[in-house]
Write a protein that binds this ligand. Structure first.
Ligand code: SF4
Length: 289
């Protein structure tokens, strides 16, 4: 396949055919994110995108899942997305799910009817990075939307019938705002009630504004124990309906998984077991900052 620069995809799209419909991220200003810093955002021509799908069709006999990258491909005009989805539908009849990254602004740029139309053409899942439910933290990290806009965006996807997978970042409020992050994040998830909730742990790359803040002592990273305590605080407040919870990304100190609400006690037990790991605070164990 023809890829430009580093390619990112959600863990659940590991075996998907991935085509870049956009290059980079239309926002590209979050203080913790280094993913697309080397790319100037642009939307590729629909013809070019379809060419890539043709290459994929020739190369792979069976394609069960397709992921439309890069950072914010949902920002593409609905008419063009419809052409892409129609091509997929006609040429990959065996495909069971098409996924896409959607920033809150991109979601809000689509009406509910437009999202429903995209669903009817096969868009199966939108991945939305919420990061935190706290208004203060969303501002701090320069997410570009308010908490209320984030709620509206998330709810609109759910209402359209497209599956919504959201991520939060443990430790994104630093030591100072850890409790607020836990409480407000649980609240926003309860309001949106996504189908999937992924919890990553903050990893700060050199060159990002947040890295600079850490160097200047303006932001204190949480220890593994503090991350787990923050997670426990958040999970205790979660009141969602049939939400698949995963915190088993490579960034996480202790793997957690379950379906909420029924597995809440199990997840809390997994956290408790994590807190009892004798060398939990040994960061070298995790080979990172
Ligand atoms: S919206 Fe997502 S990809 Fe874009 S800068 Fe923020 S975290 Fe990174």
């Amino acid at each position: 396949m023809r890829y430009e620069g580093a390619l990112y995809r959600p863990p659940s799209e590991a075996y998907s055919l991935i085509v870049q419909a956009t290059i980079g991220c239309s926002h590209n200003k979050c203080t913790f994110c280094s993913m697309y810093k080397d790319k100037k955002f642009r939307i590729r021509d629909t013809e070019e995108i379809i060419e890539d799908f043709k290459i994929g069709r020739e190369r792979y006999k069976v394609v069960k899942r397709i992921f439309i990258a890069d950072g914010d491909a949902l920002t593409i005009k609905t008419a063009e997305l419809k052409k892409i989805l129609t091509f997929i539908r006609e040429n990959f009849p065996e495909c069971e799910r098409v996924g896409i990254y959607g920033s809150p602004k991109a979601i809000l740029s689509k009406t509910l009817d437009e999202l429903k139309e995209l669903k009817s053409l096969g868009l199966g899942i939108v991945y939305l990075g919420i990061e935190s439910g706290s208004e203060k933290i969303l501002k701090m990290i320069n997410k570009g939307v308010s908490r209320d806009e984030m709620v509206e965006a998330g709810k609109r996807v759910v209402e359209s019938g497209i599956k919504l997978s959201v991520t939060l970042i443990s430790g994104i409020g630093g030591k100072e705002h850890s409790l607020e992050h836990a409480k407000e994040s649980a609240k926003i998830i309860n309001e949106i009630n996504p189908h999937y909730l992924g919890l990553l742990t903050l990893i700060v790359e050199e060159g990002t504004p947040l890295y600079e803040d850490i160097q200047k002592g303006k932001f204190q990273l949480l220890s593994p124990r503090e991350i787990l305590l923050e997670t426990r605080e958040m999970v205790m407040d979660l009141e969602v309906d049939n939400c698949i919870f995963r915190s088993n990304h490579a960034s996480n100190y202790v793997p957690l998984r379950g379906t909420l609400p029924q597995d809440k006690d199990l997840i809390l037990l997994q956290i408790q077991e994590g807190l009892e790991i004798s060398n939990l605070e040994d960061r070298d164990r995790f080979r990172r900052l």
